[in-house]
Design a protein. Structure first.
Length: 184
């Protein structure tokens, strides 16, 4: 599986193919969808996106609907997290690896889990509600975000930090998008 896609490169696609068959291309949200169809077609893979961001990949093969977790394959579960965008999704693999897209990231500035509140396109309040709805059931060791640092911590520690993040985000209020305020 491939989570999100880099800019199209046939050389890079060939390198991925050499690693083994890619069956699914999982998009975490709309602004990481630009080259998804091209990679999926090259690999003969299914392209996944959430219905909230479907207009960014209207030719997706599989559409995740609603806010309930959805099994993609054995050991791979999509957790819709509306907030950064209406169709943001976090993918968990083997209850060990978290592909969070832009929903949350590890900050080297705070040495903790954070959200990019200054570049939340849809709703910081919805992101707070999404985290509150899912935080108690999400467990992972490796955080692999779309931006920010990756981080490995024991699952209980990561869960504790996720609960802390959830409490902090629920206190945030909407503000205009401001890329200059972002500090990873």
């Amino acid at each position: 599986m491939m989570v999100n896609t880099p800019r199209w490169s046939s050389a890079l696609a060939t390198r991925y193919e050499e690693l083994g068959r890619v069956t699914d291309v999982l998009l975490t949200h709309r602004d990481h969808a630009a080259h998804g169809r091209r990679y999926a077609d090259r690999f003969g893979a299914r392209l996944w996106i959430h219905e909230g961001d479907l207009d960014a990949a209207p030719d997706a093969d599989r559409i995740i609907r609603g806010t309930a977790p959805a099994q993609i394959a054995p050991g791979v579960v999509a957790h819709p997290l509306p907030g950064h965008t209406k169709g943001s999704v976090l993918y968990l693999a083997d209850d060990r690896y978290c592909f969070s897209g832009d929903s949350l990231y590890w900050s080297r500035t705070t040495a903790d889990l954070e959200v990019a509140e200054s570049v939340t396109w849809y709703s910081i309040r919805e992101l707070g509600a999404s985290l509150a709805r899912t935080a108690d059931r999400l467990r992972w060791e490796w955080l692999l975000p779309g931006h920010g640092d990756r981080q490995r911590l024991p699952a209980p520690e990561m869960a504790r930090r996720l609960r802390g993040l959830t409490a902090r985000v629920r206190e945030l209020r909407p503000r205009p998008v401001d890329f200059t305020a972002m500090r990873y």
